[in-house]
Design a protein around this ligand. Structure first.
Ligand code: MN
Ligand code: MN
Length: 359
């Protein structure tokens, strides 16, 4: 009975009684977000048939990164789909330096939307997977026009988080704080349909993803972890590992939700002014909420992602996320590196006869 399936719309309505502090306003907001994701999915899927959308970048965004026409279009779509309904009092986007002000012609609500309209957009030119990431926060009491500091809330304060993935099939994966649900876009009826209920990340894995071209900039704990994985059966881990790298955070997290794994964009010494590459508010925190709700972990290596007190709306952080056992191992390596002098990591002996042998 296909017509009895749970669509995204049905799910957020049925789930409403579980969210006592958040009534129909949150439902309406989530509905607008899924509409935005449908528009973006449609735009992305046109590919090279819309040369104007895949043209070479002409602009640079607030992060100093190339802004592609589809980045700009996706940002406009997200704003246009979500600003009108009276649920929001402000938005923060990767593509905008300052918070977006809800125009006066619309009602204002208690929620704030934070998003990366198009993640992995360098994949656009080669027709590879991209996505959108979103997070819903509550405005501080009495605030109707949030300033940047009103968005500086810990990840634990998120009301909902999710991402849309535009791959061979488009999907929305969402958490409202109790489990993670995955919906596949059924283009025949134009509805995201529940296909992946209660997604969980296996605790153990033999797959890791990291941009290995940055190896020379890695800190000792990350260097150690990767070296041990690469040594495989002959190293302290005693088993072989595989690597993966899609260059889109949404795609990496999605793979990990489906079959486990570890994804890292750790702190490195390439540009000491940047603590990491990914953005806390609209990349790391929403993914951390999803990953934790699926039984995984998300950390900087030094602390739990969701416990970080943000200091800037576009703040960057190191990210280590995925299967619980591997994230815990990396956290342990970070702790040990702080206690032990660096010398321990630079001797060949260290790899062969690790002090931290687990078997
Ligand atoms: Mn991104
Ligand atoms: Mn982006």
């Amino acid at each position: 009975m296909p017509h009895r399936r749970t669509t995204f719309s049905k799910y957020i309505i049925e789930d409403q009684p579980r969210r006592v502090a958040h009534g129909s306003d949150l439902t309406a907001l989530l509905n607008d977000i899924q509409t935005a994701c449908k528009y973006i999915a449609a735009a992305v899927s046109r590919g090279a048939l819309e040369p104007s959308r895949t043209a070479q970048p002409v602009m640079v965004n607030v992060q100093g990164e190339e802004q592609k026409p589809l980045d700009v279009l996706s940002n406009d779509i997200m704003i246009g789909a979500c600003e009108w309904g009276g649920q929001l009092c402000g938005m923060v986007s990767e593509e905008l330096e300052d918070p977006y002000r809800i125009p006066d012609r619309f009602q204002r609500g208690r929620y704030m939307l934070v998003f990366d309209p198009l993640d992995g957009s360098s994949n656009i030119d080669i027709n590879m997977t991209v996505g959108s990431i979103f997070s819903v926060l509550c405005a501080p009491e009495g605030v109707t026009e949030p300033k940047p500091e009103d968005f500086l809330q810990k990840g634990t304060a998120q009301v909902a988080a999710g991402y849309a993935l535009y791959g061979p099939a488009s999907m929305i994966v969402v958490t409202l704080g109790h489990g993670v649900q995955g919906f596949t876009l059924d283009r025949d009826i134009g509805a995201f349909t529940l296909t992946h209920p209660n997604m969980t990340i296996p605790a153990a894995t033999s797959e890791f993803a990291i941009n290995a071209s940055n190896e020379r900039f890695w800190e000792p704990p990350v260097r150690r972890y990767v070296e041990e994985c690469v040594l495989g059966k002959s190293g302290p881990r005693g088993r072989d590992f595989n690597t993966r790298w899609i260059a889109s955070m949404v795609a990496e997290v999605h793979r990990i939700l489906l079959r486990g794994g570890l994804y890292m964009y750790p702190r490195d010494t390439k540009d000491p002014s940047k603590a990491g590459r990914l953005r806390l508010l609209y990349e790391a925190n929403p993914m951390a909420m999803i990953v934790e709700n699926a039984g995984g972990l998300c950390s900087t290596g030094r602390e739990r992602m969701l416990d970080i007190q943000p200091t800037d709306i576009h703040q960057r952080v190191p990210v280590i996320l995925g299967s619980r056992e591997e994230v815990e191992r990396l956290e342990q390596y970070h702790r040990e590196a702080e206690l032990t002098p660096v010398m321990a990591f630079s001797t060949p002996l260290f790899n062969a006869r690790s002090l931290f042998r687990t078997s």
